[in-house]
Design a protein around this ligand. Structure first.
Ligand code: DGY
Length: 323
């Protein structure tokens, strides 16, 4: 009997391919050549499964060209590249990788907070450019992170992991979420629930931890930025599109917001060019979960989902609501 055929859309670790090869005929893409929608449709036309990343769009148009496809397993917790409704309508199982990247993403959020508040990248670039002539009392004055009020918008696993880390900096933690957490979880995170308005008004540092969806599109826009303190810092390691980047650029330019630390952007990898001109932003290329150990776990978790999807029909991290 022939083995199911699967496509791995981007470069992965060899161990991921070795694991998949125990079950499937695998078509890898270790050259990491980006696939256009046409190339992706061609590569998937005869495949039962796909290991995808957030750079491939899986929508109704693609699925219509892939009649054999039964499972799409994303190497990411976010899955806004996948049209879940279209997958469900076509009987295609879709999965993500929740849990395995929470700690690394929360660590990186703290890195962005510290780098932004203490002007780490700005001062380093200045030093590398040969500008340092000696110590000065008022050199690169930053903002204290310790004892600051941290606002967390989106209090799922990653938001909670950030809250727990904030305790080490003696921060006051406020949060807002679609659902209020239980008293027990609030206590373990040392976090107080407040309204969105109060969160925006009180946060010295506001960090975002929600998935991207039509409901969270531009959840931070001009109106929300205007409610924040002019001394505040915005951190986004969640998804591009939850912030209105053009409105953020305006607030940073006008000084109505002090600074921002951004790992994700609208229209990645193309950035709003104005960000590159601003000194009060720290910019990183969507690497919050990128540690060796975590990226290995993400790829393997996605591969395990694919094996389960095509062998039992019950992958552990199934996203389709009605299966
Ligand atoms: C995720 O898992 O959604 C991350 O953004 C991928 O880097």
């Amino acid at each position: 009997m022939s083995r199911p055929r699967v496509l791995v859309t981007r470069e992965v670790f060899q161990e991921t391919l070795d694991y998949l090869a125990r079950y499937f005929d695998v078509t890898p893409n270790q050259a990491d050549t980006p696939m256009s929608p046409v190339a992706l449709a061609q590569a998937l036309a005869d495949k039962e499964g796909a290991l995808t990343t957030l750079s491939e769009r899986v929508d109704a148009a693609l699925l219509a060209q892939c009649p054999k496809l039964k499972a799409v397993c994303n190497i990411a917790v976010g899955f806004n590249n996948i049209d879940l409704k279209a997958c469900t309508e076509r009987g295609v199982l879709a999965t993500n990788t929740p849990g395995v990247l929470d700690a690394s993403t929360a660590d990186f959020t703290l890195a962005l907070i510290l780098a932004t508040a203490r002007r780490v990248t700005e001062s380093e670039a200045w030093l590398r450019a040969g500008q340092w002539s000696g110590w000065k009392l008022k050199q690169f004055l930053g903002t204290d992170v310790h004892h600051a009020t941290l606002g967390i918008l989106g209090m799922g696993r990653i938001g909670q992991a950030v809250a727990r880390r904030a305790r080490g900096f003696d921060m006051t933690v406020l949060y807002h979420n679609t659902r209020r957490l239980s008293a027990e979880v609030e206590k373990s995170c040392h976090a107080a629930y407040v309204s969105m308005d109060e969160l925006l008004a009180r946060a010295d540092i506001l960090t975002l931890h929600m998935p991207y969806s039509p409901a969270t599109h531009h959840i931070i826009g001009a109106k929300e930025l205007a409610r924040m303190k002019s001394t505040a810092i915005l951190i986004n390691a969640a998804r591009g599109g939850v912030v209105d980047d053009a409105a953020l650029v305006e607030a940073l330019k006008r000084g109505t917001l002090a600074a921002a630390g951004l790992d994700v952007f609208e229209n990645e990898p193309t950035l709003n060019p104005e960000f590159l001109k601003l000194k009060n932003v720290v910019l990183t290329p969507h690497i919050a979960s990128s540690t060796e150990a975590t990226r290995r776990k993400m790829a393997l978790t996605a591969a395990e989902n694919l094996v389960a999807a095509l062998t039992t029909g019950k992958p552990p991290n199934l996203l389709n609501p009605t299966f």
